[in-house]
Design a protein around this ligand. Sequence first.
Ligand SMILES: [Zn+2]
Length: 171
Amino acid sequence: MPSPLGHALGGITVGLLALGHRPRRAAPLIAPIVLACMVAAAAPDIDFLWNRHSMETHSVGASLLAGATAWAATRQWRWAVAVTVAWATHPLLDWLGSDDGPPLGVVALWPWSHEYYFGHLYVFDSIGRNMRDPNFWPSNLRAVVKELVLLGPGVASLLWWHTRPPRQTDR
Ligand SMILES: [Zn+2]
């Protein structure tokens, strides 16, 4: 599973896409919908607090609940869809990544199924949590660099698009 940074980049990507077509925003990264998507994409790992990682919060059901909450708070479908998709990027990235041990993957289809799904694609490295492991810093650093290489260009392109200088036709 990716680091919180990798998950945040996934959410930021969705948030920047949800910002719409108005070009030349001053600070797209702090637009409320982008911040909300970033938080939604990282939020599923809150389940570490009650030792049920990769279960209910890592599912389509939880994504829909998050989207419904966003809709209730804003009454805007754009927000509901963006938060749903942003939350869903978390189980997707975990599914694409590596896992420390069984059961591998995420309970992606909760509440309809309690089965674990795992892509076996190892696109992202697993993040170590044992700071006493001598490999803790090198392996986590490698994992974070890989996330930046894979997810950074998408975010950078969208940031460029939202802040690009106006063309004649934009005026
Ligand atoms: Zn997770």
